[in-house]
Design a protein around this ligand. Structure first.
Ligand code: CUA
Length: 181
């Protein structure tokens, strides 16, 4: 039997399986099972579970919450991009808007404090990618994704957009500051 010619026996699936082929099927099946059970196992024991909190929202409702935070807690202007830098109280809800082609506002968080970071998009899908921490989240219009974050190191971090969102996609970068208070 070859791949080019039709099998000599019409009912080829009734032929006994070759030992080598059977072994590979068994190995592949076992590997599938290992991979399958790794998912729940890693969910329980791993330390990289992302939040699965997501709520329906609208661009208007979400931008209002972000605007309230900016009105109350703006501390300066980020000179890189002329965007307000917000230093919200430790432990509070913080909002980050994604839109063509910017992140708004710039957040300044405190090391070792937990925040509920809310993400939503005003127009199309964007991707929140925090570098170099390697956090990656989809930001979707009409939905509010909430992640609990606890910055463990100080510094200036970059946020880049990780979902292609048009001609300015590559320019959709911003900063996030973590300070020690
Ligand atoms: Cu926003 Cu790519």
């Amino acid at each position: 039997m070859s791949a080019i010619h039709p099998p000599t026996a019409r009912l080829w699936w009734k032929q006994p399986i070759d030992r080598v082929e059977g072994t590979w099927i068994a190995i592949a099946f076992l590997w599938c099972l290992i991979m399958f059970f790794m998912m729940p196992y890693w969910h329980i024991t791993g330390k990289q579970n992302l939040s699965n909190e997501a709520y329906r929202t609208s661009p208007e409702a979400f931008s209002k919450k972000a605007q309230d935070m900016v009105d109350k807690h703006t501390v300066r202007t980020d000179t890189d991009q002329n965007i307000p830098v917000v230093h919200p109280p430790a432990g509070s809800d913080v909002y980050l808007i994604a839109r063509l082609w910017a992140w708004w506002p710039v957040l300044e968080l405190e090391q070792g404090k937990s925040y509920r970071l809310h993400l939503s998009a005003m127009d199309y899908m964007h991707g929140f990618s925090l570098q170099p921490a390697n956090i990656n989240l989809q930001v979707i219009p009409g939905y509010e994704m909430v992640v609990t974050v606890t910055p463990n190191q100080t510094g200036k971090f970059s946020i880049i957009c990780n979902e292609y969102c048009g001609i300015g996609h590559h320019k959709m970068v911003s900063n996030l500051y973590v300070v020690n208070k």
